[in-house]
Each structure stands twice: as structure tokens, then as C-alpha cells.
Design a protein around this ligand. Structure first.
Ligand code: SAH
Length: 359
């Protein structure tokens, strides 16, 4: 994996500038982390230096395709990495916040049956610069729409807690260098127990979300295979320790799958698990998004609402995740890094533009 411009520390940039005065280092740093722009736009620098920096500070991500939906409020980026692997990032604009959903791996080894990324398999871990650059480039576009990125979710492709070191270092840079509050960063895991334990030790108070989807081992095993290695008791135990150390509420994600995890007894078992955490976990219900490799359908919206009410009656807070970008395959579990999806829904909302290499 080659090092890109967001892999370099401030002192490495100073070294690159080879004894240039400190204000030059500041100008480059601001170009990267405040403006998130290209070296040829750093007009405070002499033209010759800009050209040198364009070479010396390579991009890690080349835009292959961007798809837009929800009236321009959701943008999905398909990027190509230097070695040809492809990943995706989603920028979601809401009235009160702007969230970037980042990928932590090219592909994913967890093989959850209902997730398009899991269906495609694992290619490789992402490096720090590849993760941070996703945020920087989304932030650049948000700024062009007079919006500021406020939240980061590690809910794109990959299992962030199977790639802890780069993910933690990326969180540090997103916090320290891009200035996004750690409390506005959420790391989502399928339940990798050593990763949850490492997160509890991590110095920044980022949020933890656990993709549960089932509250008993026999029905979780087939849909979330890593459950065989880290069964529910171990996952809940790690969450309890995390809470003891961090005192931050954990949230559980639950994709609503018809007949699989949407019955009254599923809500009851889930509520029991939530109550083993103090304060009780918050549940995020996700209407199942269609993926090519999973035939079972999602629960009807009325069922999702009923499930939510049941949880509330049992004293557990639950929200239904607003679905973004389903028609451009940008919603939860749909990221497969494919430029073309054949035979999908009508293209009425789809507005796709391809673009060339950045200058
Ligand atoms: N690997 C991490 C990060 C991915 S987050 C994790 O599993 O948490 C993506 C979220 O979308 C996870 O909660 C995942 O379980 C969920 N998801 C996957 N496929 C989905 C689908 N088809 N519909 C709805 N949610 C899905």
C-alpha cells in the first residue's frame, strides 16, 4: 500500500519542504486539512512549489463514479485505490448535520449473509491516509454546498475493529487535524471482541455501535458467521467492560429481516440483552436493504414500527434508521464497489456522473 498525502505527519511535511519557513508548512497543512483542496489551488504558494507538491503529495483515492440521490442530499463515491482495489464512501446531508460513512477495508471478511460487502469477500485493509482522505474529499464537497461535515460513521465497507491500528490512527487525525469531535465519530462492529476491548482502551471517546441482528446464538450464527468465534455472551461481556471503562452508551444495530428477527419473541430477547448493559443499549432498527445475494425480504414498515413499539414498551429506546441512498445502492449493507449494477430498479432518481482523474 503506497503512502498518500493524508498519511504524512506535520513533521514529515516539514521535511518534504526541506527547510522552508514554518508558515509554508502551515499553508500546506491548511490546504490539506482546512480547505481539503488540491495543491494546485494553494495560491498562497509559489507556482513551482505547487507543482512539486502535486507530485510529492499523491492522492490515495481516484474518483471513478459518483452517484447522487435524495434530491442531492446523498452522494455515494466510488474510489479506486493506487493498487486498483475499489471502495465506497457516502456523504449524507441532513437539516441538522452532515455525516460521512467511511470504509475501513476493501471488501470484508465477516461474510454476513445479508450484506453486499460481505457477499463480495475481503480484498485488503485500508491504511490511515486512505481512510482520512475519504473524509477530506467528502468535506470538500460539503463545503462547496455550504455544509460542514459534523459526524463520521465507520459503517462503510469492512470491519473497522478487524483493522484497529489504522482505524484508531485515522480517528486521531479526523479529530486532531480535521477538527471533528470524537463524540461525533462512531465505530460500528459486527462484534469483534478483542477490537471492542481495544476501543475501550483507545484514548478518544468515540462511540461504539454493535451490529447484533439477533439475540440468540443459534439464529445469529447463520447470518453473522463471526458469532461462532465471538458468541453473544462474549460480545455483551466486552460491551459491559467497555461501559464500565467509558461510561458511553452503546448502540445495537438490527436489520429487520422478515420472519428471521422481527417477531415479538425477538424483541423480548433483544430487550433482555439491552438491559444487561447499564445504561441500557440504544437500538437502531434498519429496514433491510435488498442485496443481490440474499433472498429473504425485509420486514414491512408496519412490522418495523410494531417491533420498535414493543421494545419501547419493554423500556428500551429504539429508533428507525432513515434510509438513505437505496436507489443508488448507497444504503446500509449495499456497498459493493461496483460501477455498474445490472437489472436493478428504475433509474428515475438516479443521477450518475463519472469523472476523470483529479488534476
Ligand atoms: N462491519 C461493521 C461496519 C459495517 S456497518 C459492522 O458490521 O458493524 C453497516 C451496517 O449495515 C451494519 O450494521 C450491517 O449489519 C448493516 N447491514 C448490512 N447489510 C444490510 C442490509 N442489507 N440492510 C440493512 N442493513 C444492513
Amino acid at each position: 500500500m503506497s503512502r498518500g498525502r493524508y498519511d504524512l505527519s506535520r513533521s514529515e511535511i516539514a521535511e518534504l519542504l526541506n527547510g522552508a519557513p514554518r508558515y509554508r508548512v502551515d499553508q500546506v497543512w491548511e490546504g490539506l486539512y482546512r480547505d481539503c483542496s488540491e495543491p494546485d489551488q494553494w495560491t498562497t504558494l509559489p507556482t513551482g512549489l505547487r507543482a512539486v507538491l502535486s507530485e510529492a503529495l499523491p492522492r490515495s483515492l481516484v474518483e471513478v463514479l459518483r452517484s447522487v440521490s435524495d434530491d442531492g442530499q446523498t452522494i455515494k463515491y466510488l474510489w479506486e485505490l493506487a493498487d486498483g482495489h475499489r471502495i465506497e464512501t457516502v456523504l449524507m446531508l441532513y437539516p441538522d448535520r452532515a455525516t460521512v460513512c467511511v470504509s475501513s477495508q476493501a471488501g470484508c471478511a465477516m461474510a454476513c449473509s445479508f450484506c453486499a460487502t460481505g457477499q463480495a469477500g475481503f480484498s485488503r485493509h485500508l491504511g490511515v491516509g486512505e481512510i482520512v482522505e475519504q473524509v477530506a474529499l467528502a468535506r470538500r464537497d460539503a463545503a462547496a454546498m455550504s455544509r460542514r461535515v459534523s459526524n463520521i460513521v465507520f459503517m462503510g465497507m469492512g470491519e473497522p475493529l478487524a483493522n484497529t491500528e489504522p482505524v484508531f490512527e485515522a480517528c486521531r487525525k479526523i479529530h486532531d487535524d480535521l477538527g471533528i469531535s470524537a463524540r461525533s465519530i462512531t465505530v460500528s462492529t459486527v462484534g469483534v471482541v478483542p477490537g471492542i476491548r481495544a476501543l475501550a482502551e483507545f484514548e478518544l471517546p468515540v462511540n461504539l455501535a454493535v451490529s447484533l441482528h439477533s439475540a440468540d446464538d443459534s439464529s445469529r450464527d447463520p447470518i453473522v458467521p463471526i458469532n461462532r468465534r465471538y458468541p453473544l455472551d462474549a460480545v455483551i461481556g466486552a460491551c459491559q467492560d467497555y461501559l464500565r471503562q467509558r461510561r458511553r452508551r452503546v448502540s445495537f444495530e438490527w436489520a429487520m429481516i422478515s420472519g428471521v428477527n422481527d417477531r415479538a419473541e425477538d424483541a423480548e430477547r433483544l430487550a433482555d440483552l439491552c438491559r444487561r448493559l447499564e445504561p441500557s443499549a440504544h437500538v437502531n432498527l434498519i429496514p433491510l436493504n435488498p442485496t443481490p445475494g440474499y433472498a429473504t425480504v425485509g420486514s414491512a414498515l408496519a412490522v418495523v414500527r410494531g417491533f420498535q413499539r414493543r421494545l419501547e414498551d419493554l423500556g428500551v429506546n429504539a429508533t428507525i434508521r432513515r434510509n438513505r441512498g437505496t436507489e443508488i445502492d448507497a444504503a446500509c449493507g449495499q456497498l459493493a464497489a461496483q460501477a455498474v449494477t445490472i437489472g436493478r430498479r428504475a433509474d428515475t432518481n438516479r443521477q450518475t456522473t463519472s469523472s476523470t482523474r483529479p488534476t
